[in-house]
Design a protein around this ligand. Structure first.
Ligand SMILES: *Cc1c(COP(=O)(O)O)cnc(C)c1O
Length: 430
Protein backbone atom coordinates (compact mmCIF):
# COMPACT_ATOMS: atom_id res chain seq x y z
CA UNK A 1 0.00 0.00 0.00
CA UNK A 2 2.78 2.41 0.96
CA UNK A 3 4.58 1.66 -2.30
CA UNK A 4 1.43 2.16 -4.31
CA UNK A 5 1.18 5.56 -2.62
CA UNK A 6 4.67 6.38 -3.86
CA UNK A 7 6.71 5.89 -0.71
CA UNK A 8 10.10 4.38 -1.55
CA UNK A 9 13.16 3.55 0.45
CA UNK A 10 11.46 3.49 3.85
CA UNK A 11 14.09 2.54 6.40
CA UNK A 12 11.95 1.72 9.38
CA UNK A 13 8.47 0.28 9.75
CA UNK A 14 6.56 0.65 13.00
CA UNK A 15 3.94 -2.05 13.59
CA UNK A 16 1.16 -1.06 15.90
CA UNK A 17 -0.23 -4.27 17.41
CA UNK A 18 -0.01 -7.72 15.81
CA UNK A 19 -2.63 -6.68 13.25
CA UNK A 20 0.19 -5.18 11.21
CA UNK A 21 2.47 -8.23 11.21
CA UNK A 22 1.72 -9.27 7.62
CA UNK A 23 3.81 -6.24 6.70
CA UNK A 24 6.91 -8.07 7.91
CA UNK A 25 6.03 -11.09 5.76
CA UNK A 26 5.79 -8.89 2.70
CA UNK A 27 9.19 -7.35 3.51
CA UNK A 28 10.57 -10.87 3.81
CA UNK A 29 9.17 -11.76 0.40
CA UNK A 30 10.60 -8.62 -1.22
CA UNK A 31 13.99 -9.21 0.27
CA UNK A 32 14.17 -12.85 -0.85
CA UNK A 33 12.96 -11.93 -4.34
CA UNK A 34 15.63 -9.25 -4.62
CA UNK A 35 18.44 -11.54 -3.61
CA UNK A 36 17.15 -14.23 -5.96
CA UNK A 37 16.84 -16.86 -3.25
CA UNK A 38 14.25 -19.53 -3.67
CA UNK A 39 13.33 -19.48 -0.03
CA UNK A 40 13.75 -17.19 2.92
CA UNK A 41 17.13 -17.36 4.67
CA UNK A 42 18.18 -16.49 8.19
CA UNK A 43 19.87 -13.38 6.73
CA UNK A 44 16.59 -12.28 5.18
CA UNK A 45 14.89 -12.61 8.53
CA UNK A 46 17.62 -10.65 10.25
CA UNK A 47 17.45 -7.90 7.61
CA UNK A 48 13.69 -7.59 8.04
CA UNK A 49 14.05 -7.45 11.80
CA UNK A 50 16.44 -4.51 11.40
CA UNK A 51 13.67 -2.64 9.64
CA UNK A 52 10.82 -3.40 11.99
CA UNK A 53 9.67 -1.98 15.31
CA UNK A 54 6.74 -3.45 17.18
CA UNK A 55 4.52 -1.87 19.83
CA UNK A 56 2.09 -4.02 21.79
CA UNK A 57 -0.81 -2.25 23.49
CA UNK A 58 -2.63 -4.49 25.90
CA UNK A 59 -2.18 -7.44 28.24
CA UNK A 60 -5.83 -8.42 27.57
CA UNK A 61 -5.79 -11.71 25.62
CA UNK A 62 -8.56 -10.69 23.22
CA UNK A 63 -6.16 -8.04 21.96
CA UNK A 64 -3.74 -10.68 20.65
CA UNK A 65 -5.14 -12.10 17.42
CA UNK A 66 -4.69 -15.77 16.57
CA UNK A 67 -5.74 -17.29 13.30
CA UNK A 68 -5.83 -20.91 12.12
CA UNK A 69 -3.06 -21.69 9.63
CA UNK A 70 -5.67 -22.76 7.11
CA UNK A 71 -7.43 -19.38 7.33
CA UNK A 72 -4.14 -17.51 7.00
CA UNK A 73 -3.27 -19.56 3.97
CA UNK A 74 -6.65 -18.94 2.35
CA UNK A 75 -6.54 -15.20 3.09
CA UNK A 76 -3.02 -14.58 1.90
CA UNK A 77 -3.84 -16.41 -1.32
CA UNK A 78 -2.12 -18.73 -3.70
CA UNK A 79 0.47 -16.41 -5.25
CA UNK A 80 3.97 -17.80 -5.52
CA UNK A 81 6.09 -16.92 -2.55
CA UNK A 82 9.54 -17.55 -1.24
CA UNK A 83 8.23 -18.36 2.19
CA UNK A 84 5.54 -20.93 2.62
CA UNK A 85 2.75 -20.99 5.11
CA UNK A 86 4.71 -23.42 7.25
CA UNK A 87 7.46 -20.83 7.73
CA UNK A 88 4.81 -18.37 8.86
CA UNK A 89 3.33 -20.92 11.19
CA UNK A 90 6.70 -21.52 12.75
CA UNK A 91 7.42 -17.81 13.09
CA UNK A 92 4.04 -17.12 14.58
CA UNK A 93 3.86 -20.09 16.90
CA UNK A 94 7.28 -20.57 18.38
CA UNK A 95 8.89 -18.01 20.57
CA UNK A 96 12.18 -16.89 19.14
CA UNK A 97 13.01 -18.63 15.92
CA UNK A 98 16.12 -16.54 15.75
CA UNK A 99 18.99 -17.42 17.94
CA UNK A 100 17.64 -20.96 18.07
CA UNK A 101 20.26 -23.20 16.49
CA UNK A 102 17.77 -25.31 14.56
CA UNK A 103 17.03 -25.38 10.90
CA UNK A 104 13.53 -24.27 9.98
CA UNK A 105 12.69 -27.85 9.12
CA UNK A 106 13.46 -28.95 12.68
CA UNK A 107 11.40 -26.14 14.06
CA UNK A 108 8.45 -27.22 12.01
CA UNK A 109 8.38 -30.45 13.89
CA UNK A 110 8.54 -28.64 17.18
CA UNK A 111 5.42 -26.59 16.52
CA UNK A 112 2.12 -28.35 16.32
CA UNK A 113 0.53 -28.33 12.93
CA UNK A 114 -2.78 -27.24 14.35
CA UNK A 115 -1.48 -24.38 16.52
CA UNK A 116 -2.97 -21.14 15.31
CA UNK A 117 -0.67 -18.36 14.16
CA UNK A 118 -0.31 -15.75 16.86
CA UNK A 119 0.10 -12.33 15.24
CA UNK A 120 1.86 -10.93 18.31
CA UNK A 121 4.51 -13.66 18.17
CA UNK A 122 4.89 -13.12 14.44
CA UNK A 123 5.56 -9.42 15.04
CA UNK A 124 7.84 -10.14 18.01
CA UNK A 125 9.92 -12.53 15.94
CA UNK A 126 10.30 -10.11 13.06
CA UNK A 127 11.17 -6.90 14.95
CA UNK A 128 14.41 -5.63 16.45
CA UNK A 129 12.81 -3.24 18.90
CA UNK A 130 9.70 -4.09 20.90
CA UNK A 131 7.95 -1.93 23.46
CA UNK A 132 4.97 -1.63 25.75
CA UNK A 133 3.13 1.67 26.19
CA UNK A 134 3.95 2.51 29.83
CA UNK A 135 6.61 1.36 32.26
CA UNK A 136 4.25 -1.00 34.07
CA UNK A 137 2.93 -2.35 30.78
CA UNK A 138 6.54 -3.08 29.76
CA UNK A 139 6.96 -5.13 32.95
CA UNK A 140 3.73 -7.04 32.36
CA UNK A 141 4.63 -7.71 28.72
CA UNK A 142 8.00 -9.10 29.82
CA UNK A 143 6.10 -11.55 32.02
CA UNK A 144 3.87 -12.55 29.09
CA UNK A 145 6.70 -12.98 26.58
CA UNK A 146 9.69 -13.83 28.71
CA UNK A 147 11.85 -14.82 25.75
CA UNK A 148 12.02 -11.32 24.33
CA UNK A 149 13.69 -8.04 25.18
CA UNK A 150 10.82 -5.65 25.76
CA UNK A 151 11.24 -1.93 26.33
CA UNK A 152 8.67 0.68 27.19
CA UNK A 153 7.84 4.06 25.75
CA UNK A 154 4.98 5.69 27.56
CA UNK A 155 2.11 6.95 25.43
CA UNK A 156 1.30 10.60 25.00
CA UNK A 157 -1.58 12.63 23.57
CA UNK A 158 -1.38 15.40 20.98
CA UNK A 159 -1.27 18.63 22.96
CA UNK A 160 -2.95 21.10 20.63
CA UNK A 161 -5.68 18.60 19.70
CA UNK A 162 -6.71 17.86 23.26
CA UNK A 163 -6.40 21.29 24.87
CA UNK A 164 -9.67 23.26 25.09
CA UNK A 165 -9.94 26.70 23.49
CA UNK A 166 -9.81 28.65 26.78
CA UNK A 167 -6.59 26.85 27.81
CA UNK A 168 -5.06 27.23 24.32
CA UNK A 169 -5.60 30.99 24.64
CA UNK A 170 -4.09 31.03 28.10
CA UNK A 171 -1.01 29.06 27.03
CA UNK A 172 -0.62 31.23 23.90
CA UNK A 173 -0.51 34.25 26.18
CA UNK A 174 1.78 32.94 28.92
CA UNK A 175 3.82 30.21 27.20
CA UNK A 176 4.40 31.20 23.58
CA UNK A 177 5.91 28.30 21.66
CA UNK A 178 4.01 25.62 23.61
CA UNK A 179 2.24 24.50 20.41
CA UNK A 180 5.55 23.66 18.73
CA UNK A 181 7.07 22.17 21.87
CA UNK A 182 4.76 20.89 24.58
CA UNK A 183 7.71 20.64 26.96
CA UNK A 184 7.20 24.37 27.48
CA UNK A 185 4.03 23.60 29.44
CA UNK A 186 6.41 23.13 32.33
CA UNK A 187 6.24 26.92 32.71
CA UNK A 188 2.52 26.79 33.42
CA UNK A 189 3.39 27.18 37.10
CA UNK A 190 3.79 30.91 36.52
CA UNK A 191 0.24 31.36 35.19
CA UNK A 192 -1.89 33.22 37.81
CA UNK A 193 -4.23 30.89 39.66
CA UNK A 194 -7.38 32.90 38.98
CA UNK A 195 -6.74 32.81 35.23
CA UNK A 196 -6.42 29.01 35.40
CA UNK A 197 -9.70 28.85 37.26
CA UNK A 198 -11.46 31.20 34.83
CA UNK A 199 -10.30 29.18 31.82
CA UNK A 200 -11.46 26.02 33.56
CA UNK A 201 -14.89 27.48 34.32
CA UNK A 202 -15.24 28.51 30.71
CA UNK A 203 -14.52 24.95 29.53
CA UNK A 204 -16.76 23.54 32.25
CA UNK A 205 -19.70 25.72 31.19
CA UNK A 206 -19.38 24.48 27.60
CA UNK A 207 -19.65 20.91 28.87
CA UNK A 208 -22.48 21.55 31.33
CA UNK A 209 -24.49 23.41 28.67
CA UNK A 210 -24.00 20.48 26.31
CA UNK A 211 -25.03 17.93 28.95
CA UNK A 212 -28.12 19.92 29.91
CA UNK A 213 -29.11 20.43 26.29
CA UNK A 214 -28.63 16.77 25.32
CA UNK A 215 -29.92 15.00 28.41
CA UNK A 216 -31.99 17.60 30.19
CA UNK A 217 -29.95 16.84 33.32
CA UNK A 218 -30.26 20.22 35.02
CA UNK A 219 -26.60 20.23 36.03
CA UNK A 220 -24.92 23.30 37.51
CA UNK A 221 -21.39 24.52 36.80
CA UNK A 222 -20.95 25.34 40.49
CA UNK A 223 -21.19 21.68 41.49
CA UNK A 224 -18.16 19.39 41.79
CA UNK A 225 -18.21 17.39 38.56
CA UNK A 226 -16.56 14.03 37.98
CA UNK A 227 -15.89 12.62 34.51
CA UNK A 228 -15.64 9.02 33.34
CA UNK A 229 -15.52 8.31 29.60
CA UNK A 230 -13.87 5.39 27.89
CA UNK A 231 -14.85 2.14 26.19
CA UNK A 232 -17.43 0.32 28.30
CA UNK A 233 -15.74 -2.98 28.98
CA UNK A 234 -15.60 -5.05 32.15
CA UNK A 235 -11.96 -4.46 33.20
CA UNK A 236 -12.38 -0.68 33.12
CA UNK A 237 -15.07 -0.94 35.82
CA UNK A 238 -17.07 2.13 34.82
CA UNK A 239 -19.66 1.18 37.43
CA UNK A 240 -17.27 1.07 40.41
CA UNK A 241 -18.18 4.62 41.39
CA UNK A 242 -21.88 3.72 41.69
CA UNK A 243 -21.34 0.39 43.44
CA UNK A 244 -22.43 1.67 46.91
CA UNK A 245 -25.21 4.20 46.59
CA UNK A 246 -25.84 4.49 50.36
CA UNK A 247 -22.26 5.55 50.79
CA UNK A 248 -22.55 8.11 47.98
CA UNK A 249 -25.63 9.58 49.61
CA UNK A 250 -23.71 10.05 52.84
CA UNK A 251 -20.79 11.73 51.09
CA UNK A 252 -23.09 14.23 49.42
CA UNK A 253 -24.88 14.83 52.69
CA UNK A 254 -21.72 15.53 54.63
CA UNK A 255 -19.40 17.07 52.07
CA UNK A 256 -21.22 18.69 49.16
CA UNK A 257 -22.88 18.04 45.86
CA UNK A 258 -21.55 15.76 43.14
CA UNK A 259 -22.38 15.45 39.44
CA UNK A 260 -21.15 12.66 37.19
CA UNK A 261 -20.73 12.85 33.42
CA UNK A 262 -20.19 9.49 31.70
CA UNK A 263 -19.81 8.29 28.14
CA UNK A 264 -18.55 5.22 26.31
CA UNK A 265 -19.82 2.46 24.06
CA UNK A 266 -19.62 -1.28 24.56
CA UNK A 267 -18.56 -3.60 21.77
CA UNK A 268 -21.75 -5.16 20.29
CA UNK A 269 -20.58 -8.62 21.40
CA UNK A 270 -19.43 -7.55 24.87
CA UNK A 271 -22.35 -8.36 27.14
CA UNK A 272 -20.37 -7.56 30.30
CA UNK A 273 -19.58 -4.13 28.86
CA UNK A 274 -23.26 -3.53 28.20
CA UNK A 275 -24.04 -4.61 31.76
CA UNK A 276 -21.66 -1.92 33.05
CA UNK A 277 -23.67 0.74 31.22
CA UNK A 278 -26.93 -0.76 32.49
CA UNK A 279 -25.72 -0.56 36.11
CA UNK A 280 -24.72 3.09 35.74
CA UNK A 281 -28.12 3.78 34.18
CA UNK A 282 -29.84 2.04 37.07
CA UNK A 283 -27.83 4.08 39.62
CA UNK A 284 -28.82 7.23 37.80
CA UNK A 285 -32.52 6.41 38.34
CA UNK A 286 -32.05 5.46 41.99
CA UNK A 287 -29.98 8.57 42.77
CA UNK A 288 -32.33 10.90 40.92
CA UNK A 289 -32.14 14.26 42.61
CA UNK A 290 -29.38 13.42 45.08
CA UNK A 291 -26.59 12.99 42.53
CA UNK A 292 -27.08 13.99 38.92
CA UNK A 293 -25.66 11.49 36.44
CA UNK A 294 -25.59 11.81 32.67
CA UNK A 295 -24.61 9.00 30.33
CA UNK A 296 -23.95 10.76 27.03
CA UNK A 297 -24.60 8.80 23.84
CA UNK A 298 -22.29 8.77 20.78
CA UNK A 299 -18.93 8.97 22.54
CA UNK A 300 -16.27 10.05 20.06
CA UNK A 301 -13.12 12.18 20.07
CA UNK A 302 -14.97 15.51 20.05
CA UNK A 303 -17.01 14.39 23.04
CA UNK A 304 -13.87 13.01 24.69
CA UNK A 305 -12.32 16.45 24.47
CA UNK A 306 -15.46 18.13 25.79
CA UNK A 307 -15.58 15.87 28.86
CA UNK A 308 -11.86 15.64 29.68
CA UNK A 309 -11.58 19.42 29.58
CA UNK A 310 -14.88 20.27 31.26
CA UNK A 311 -14.99 18.25 34.49
CA UNK A 312 -13.26 18.97 37.82
CA UNK A 313 -11.91 15.47 38.35
CA UNK A 314 -11.05 12.64 35.98
CA UNK A 315 -11.83 9.19 37.33
CA UNK A 316 -10.21 5.92 36.27
CA UNK A 317 -10.80 2.59 38.01
CA UNK A 318 -9.43 -0.29 35.93
CA UNK A 319 -8.56 -3.74 37.24
CA UNK A 320 -4.75 -3.65 37.48
CA UNK A 321 -2.61 -4.53 35.57
CA UNK A 322 -4.98 -4.44 32.60
CA UNK A 323 -4.85 -0.73 31.78
CA UNK A 324 -1.74 -0.82 29.59
CA UNK A 325 -1.47 2.96 29.47
CA UNK A 326 -4.75 4.84 29.42
CA UNK A 327 -4.74 8.19 27.65
CA UNK A 328 -7.84 10.11 28.65
CA UNK A 329 -6.25 11.17 31.95
CA UNK A 330 -3.43 12.73 29.90
CA UNK A 331 -6.02 14.73 27.95
CA UNK A 332 -7.48 15.90 31.27
CA UNK A 333 -4.02 16.92 32.57
CA UNK A 334 -3.44 19.19 29.56
CA UNK A 335 -6.59 21.02 30.65
CA UNK A 336 -5.57 21.23 34.29
CA UNK A 337 -7.99 18.48 35.32
CA UNK A 338 -6.51 16.21 38.03
CA UNK A 339 -7.02 12.45 38.06
CA UNK A 340 -8.30 10.17 40.76
CA UNK A 341 -7.18 6.76 39.59
CA UNK A 342 -6.19 3.23 40.42
CA UNK A 343 -2.40 2.95 40.23
CA UNK A 344 -2.05 1.31 36.86
CA UNK A 345 -0.81 2.23 33.38
CA UNK A 346 0.48 5.77 32.91
CA UNK A 347 -0.85 6.95 36.27
CA UNK A 348 1.93 5.11 38.13
CA UNK A 349 4.30 7.52 36.38
CA UNK A 350 2.11 10.65 36.45
CA UNK A 351 0.86 10.35 40.02
CA UNK A 352 2.24 12.48 42.82
CA UNK A 353 -0.25 12.27 45.66
CA UNK A 354 -1.96 15.58 46.32
CA UNK A 355 0.24 17.33 43.74
CA UNK A 356 -0.95 16.02 40.33
CA UNK A 357 -4.02 14.18 41.61
CA UNK A 358 -4.81 11.21 43.82
CA UNK A 359 -4.61 7.44 43.87
CA UNK A 360 -7.33 4.93 44.62
CA UNK A 361 -5.54 2.58 46.99
CA UNK A 362 -1.88 1.76 46.75
CA UNK A 363 0.47 0.33 44.17
CA UNK A 364 -0.38 -3.38 43.99
CA UNK A 365 2.77 -4.47 42.18
CA UNK A 366 4.35 -6.27 45.11
CA UNK A 367 1.08 -7.27 46.72
CA UNK A 368 -0.46 -10.67 46.38
CA UNK A 369 -4.15 -11.27 46.16
CA UNK A 370 -7.00 -10.80 43.78
CA UNK A 371 -8.62 -7.57 42.80
CA UNK A 372 -11.27 -6.60 45.35
CA UNK A 373 -13.79 -4.21 43.83
CA UNK A 374 -15.67 -3.45 47.04
CA UNK A 375 -12.40 -2.55 48.76
CA UNK A 376 -11.38 -0.36 45.83
CA UNK A 377 -14.76 1.38 45.94
CA UNK A 378 -14.38 2.04 49.67
CA UNK A 379 -10.93 3.56 49.10
CA UNK A 380 -12.31 5.67 46.27
CA UNK A 381 -15.14 7.05 48.43
CA UNK A 382 -12.78 7.74 51.30
CA UNK A 383 -10.36 9.72 49.12
CA UNK A 384 -13.22 11.73 47.66
CA UNK A 385 -14.82 12.50 51.00
CA UNK A 386 -11.73 13.07 53.11
CA UNK A 387 -9.37 14.75 50.66
CA UNK A 388 -10.64 15.86 47.28
CA UNK A 389 -14.08 17.33 47.95
CA UNK A 390 -12.97 19.35 51.00
CA UNK A 391 -10.21 20.81 48.84
CA UNK A 392 -12.60 21.63 46.01
CA UNK A 393 -15.31 23.20 48.17
CA UNK A 394 -13.30 24.72 50.98
CA UNK A 395 -9.78 25.42 49.74
CA UNK A 396 -10.11 26.44 46.12
CA UNK A 397 -6.62 27.93 46.03
CA UNK A 398 -5.08 24.57 46.98
CA UNK A 399 -7.26 22.83 44.40
CA UNK A 400 -6.07 25.19 41.66
CA UNK A 401 -2.51 24.48 42.78
CA UNK A 402 -3.10 20.82 41.93
CA UNK A 403 -4.51 21.90 38.56
CA UNK A 404 -1.34 23.89 37.84
CA UNK A 405 0.86 20.92 38.64
CA UNK A 406 -1.21 18.68 36.33
CA UNK A 407 -0.30 20.94 33.45
CA UNK A 408 3.31 21.61 34.42
CA UNK A 409 4.31 18.08 35.40
CA UNK A 410 1.99 15.89 33.30
CA UNK A 411 0.79 18.04 30.38
CA UNK A 412 4.43 18.82 29.61
CA UNK A 413 5.42 15.13 29.58
CA UNK A 414 2.53 12.81 28.60
CA UNK A 415 2.25 14.22 25.10
CA UNK A 416 3.16 13.05 21.59
CA UNK A 417 6.13 15.45 21.30
CA UNK A 418 8.00 13.67 24.07
CA UNK A 419 6.74 10.26 22.91
CA UNK A 420 7.89 10.71 19.30
CA UNK A 421 11.30 11.94 20.43
CA UNK A 422 11.70 8.78 22.46
CA UNK A 423 10.66 6.56 19.54
CA UNK A 424 13.15 8.36 17.30
CA UNK A 425 15.95 8.13 19.84
CA UNK A 426 15.38 4.60 21.16
CA UNK A 427 13.68 2.74 18.32
CA UNK A 428 13.84 4.32 14.87
CA UNK A 429 17.53 5.22 14.91
CA UNK A 430 18.61 2.13 16.79
C1 LIG B 1 -9.01 9.17 24.60
C2 LIG B 1 -10.08 8.33 24.02
C3 LIG B 1 -10.09 6.94 24.26
C4 LIG B 1 -9.05 6.24 25.08
O1 LIG B 1 -9.18 6.57 26.44
P1 LIG B 1 -8.48 5.63 27.54
O2 LIG B 1 -8.38 6.47 28.75
O3 LIG B 1 -7.12 5.31 26.97
O4 LIG B 1 -9.34 4.44 27.70
C5 LIG B 1 -11.11 6.18 23.69
N1 LIG B 1 -12.06 6.74 22.95
C6 LIG B 1 -12.10 8.08 22.71
C7 LIG B 1 -13.21 8.65 21.87
C8 LIG B 1 -11.11 8.91 23.24
O5 LIG B 1 -11.15 10.23 23.00
Amino acid sequence: MLEALGYRGIRRFHMNEGHAALLALELLEQRARKSGNRSVTAEDIEAVRRKCIFTTHTPVLAGHDQFPVEMMSRTIGEAERRWDIDDVRVMGVLDRILGVPHKTSDLKELSHTDSPVNMTLLALNLSHYVNGVAKRHGEITRLMFAEYTIHSITNGVHGVTWTSDPFCRLYDQYIPGWRQDNLALRYALSIPADEIWNAHMEAKKVLIDYVNRETNAGMSSDVFTIGFARRATAYKRGDLFVSDLERLWKIVDRTGQIQLVCAGKAHPKDQEGKDVIARIWHAKQVLEGAIKISYLPNYDMAMGKLITSGVDLWLNTPVPPLEASGTSGMKAALNGVPSLSILDGWWIEGWIEGITGWSVGEDMRDKQGVCDSSKDAALLYEKLEQTIMPLFYRDRRAFVNVMLHCIALNGSFFNTHRMMQQYVMHAYFL
